[in-house]
Design a binder for this molecule. Sequence first.
Ligand SMILES: [Fe+2]
Ligand SMILES: [Fe+2]
Length: 187
Amino acid sequence: MRYDDETRRDILSRLSGFRLKHTLGCEKAARMLAQQYGEDEDKCAFAMLLHDITKTFSQEEQLNLCEKYGIIPNDVEKTEWKMLHGKTAAAIAADVYGAPPDVVHAISYHTTGCADMTLLDKIVYMADYIEENRSFDGVKTARKLAARNLDKALLYGLNSSLRDLIHRGKQIHVDTVLARNWLLEHM
Ligand SMILES: [Fe+2]
Ligand SMILES: [Fe+2]
């Protein structure tokens, strides 16, 4: 795994403003969850540093990266193209930063969740959700749940995301439905 201080500085130099602040908040939250639930802290931090590395890219840039890395957007991703940032960030994490497959997987599904989520996947999803700069309704509840039971926190996050998408009249990514169904079966 290519993760050291120099890599960290390099990644952070590519971020600015809110995205930088959010990424640092995510890194801190992920390290805290990793300690609590027994996951590799550096892996969690590495995933968080890279998870939104393409978040500010335009639709054209996202689609160019999809082309370059053989990512085929599904129907929802074609419309909600900003969702592609997880997959394009994952591709860059692997290609440019030599991230291992489990870190790449966690980055890839940090927005939607997925079935069969690993502990690393769950930590990355939740750290993104509860990091200290978040201020949406319900974030305090999510933080409390995350401190007690990661699966309950994850279910809370998935439910809130689904409600929010429905409320805003948006399409729902199939992976979020699969994540919730799988979690209900396995928690
Ligand atoms: Fe993201
Ligand atoms: Fe994020």
